[in-house]
Design a protein around this ligand. Structure first.
Ligand SMILES: *Cc1c(COP(=O)(O)O)cnc(C)c1O
Ligand SMILES: [Zn+2]
Length: 417
């Protein structure tokens, strides 16, 4: 099998020990489960191959164009769905409303299953194939689940998926439609995660859980590789992303960090890490300069409703090392941002994805982001997954008789509003 040439091993995010691929696989042999590993490459060697010329000659418009930077064996890539290379859209209308000179939207809701999670699930199924597994499992607030079900269906793996009972209808429907075994847990995400862990251990399924499996962040980092490349390796001053478990923000940082190591970008953008006020363990910890504590899970943004984040160290380091900022916004601000994004740019984001925009709006208002600095925000999930929450900010019309006078009256009333 074609192994990655530059992958050399892992470094523990807690104790800093380095391990070769033979010495470790999932978590640190010294620190145990809390010792989440970072995948390490030989950047000096990678530099010679992964350079501007490599990118200019690359005709693969998917995340797999970055395969030399990802710790996977590559034989099955050709069989995968097209994940990644989602559009980076220059905003004019929204930028003007916010008074920002340069604003970009990375629309990751356009991935095969409608969220950024496809970047990680794609790696998950490849890793399961490498391991010779026939079943892959995960617990998820919704998107990792529907995404894994999607990728597993396409590649021909069985999937067992644990979701909390409040997962939105769009996501739950996707999981069953893609033919996965859906275990709906009568409890919140914390209960779901704990239960899936027990089951995965008992049945020996391949574990997709992003925090524990170090390779999945390697998929998530491709979103920054794309943002940078789509901007000719001059990324914006800021990149905003919402945070639940912390894997996405960790990936966002790692992508930029590696491009800097390779000499392809001059500096890592500052990360605006956004949580919801109803579930903000990272924000509380960072403002109080204290270790992370369990938080309530009380927000409409289900994808970031994570009371016990599973990847805290990588997420905290990502924000710190990028000179970033933690911020939280209310559910009302999320819904307003969702409607504004739809109205001004024609992009429909689910609440957790609109949260990144809500964070940008607040950061601009508070002077955290100066108006002359450039910003990209990541739309991590498609709004069609969760129309019920969107209907809280739009007013669905009552049916009318097909009569022009009624229509006339209706249009006038609408105009007055
Ligand atoms: C998973 C997810 C996030 C947050 O990612 P984490 O890795 O859990 O921090 C944000 N938005 C959407 C739409 C997601 O599905
Ligand atoms: Zn360790």
């Amino acid at each position: 099998m074609a192994k990655n040439k530059f992958f050399v091993g892992y470094r523990c995010t807690l104790c800093g020990h380095f391990f070769t691929p033979e010495e470790a696989s999932f978590t640190c042999p010294h620190c145990g489960e809390k010792g989440i590993l970072d995948v390490v490459y030989d950047y000096e060697k990678m530099k010679k191959e992964v350079n501007l010329k490599y990118f200019n000659n690359n005709r693969d418009y998917s995340m797999w164009r970055y395969a030399p930077m990802i710790s996977i064996e590559t034989d099955h890539i050709k069989d995968m769905l097209r994940i990644g290379w989602t559009p980076l859209i220059r905003s004019h209308n929204l930028a003007k409303q916010l008074g920002l000179r340069t604003l970009y939207i990375k629309d990751d809701g356009l991935n095969p299953s409608g969220s950024s999670k496809d970047r990680a699930s794609g790696i998950g199924v490849l890793k399961a194939l490498e391991a010779g597994a026939d079943t892959i499992a995960t617990s998820s607030t919704g998107n990792a689940a529907s995404s894994l079900a999607c990728q597993a269906a396409h590649i021909g793996l069985k999937a067992v998926i644990f979701v909390p009972k409040r997962a939105p209808i769009g996501k739950v429907t996707q999981i069953s439609l893609y033919g996965a075994t859906l275990v709906k847990v009568d409890g919140d995400y914390k209960d779901t995660f704990a239960f899936s862990k027990e089951a995965i251990k008992k049945y020996g399924w391949y574990n997709r859980n992003c925090a524990i499996n170090p390779h999945l962040v390697e998929g998530k980092k491709t979103v920054s590789l794309e943002i940078a490349e789509q901007l000719n390796f001059k990324p914006t001053d800021w990149v905003a992303v919402s945070v639940g478990d912390g894997c996405t923000v960790a990936g966002v940082y790692k992508g930029f960090f590696e491009l800097k190591e390779l000499g392809l970008i001059a500096k890592v953008p500052r990360i605006l890490a956004v949580q919801s006020e109803g579930c903000e363990p990272f924000v509380i910890a960072s403002h109080a300069h204290q270790p992370l504590k369990e938080a309530e899970e009380n927000t409409i943004a289900d994808s970031i409703s994570v009371g016990i984040p599973r990847n805290p160290v990588k997420a905290i380091n990502a924000v710190k090392n990028s000179d970033g900022v933690w911020i939280s916004i209310s559910d009302e601000e999320i819904l307003q941002a969702e409607a504004l994004l739809g109205r001004t740019e024609g992009i429909f984001a689910e609440p957790a994805a609109a949260a990144s925009l809500a964070g940008v709006i607040k950061a601009v208002k508070e002077g955290i982001i100066p108006k002359e600095e450039s910003v990209t925000f990541i739309v991590t999930g498609n709004g069609l997954k969760d129309p019920a929450n969107a209907q809280k900010v739009i007013i669905p019309p009552e049916p009318m008789k097909p009569n022009l006078e009624t229509l006339d009256k209706f249009l006038k009333e609408k105009k007055e509003k």
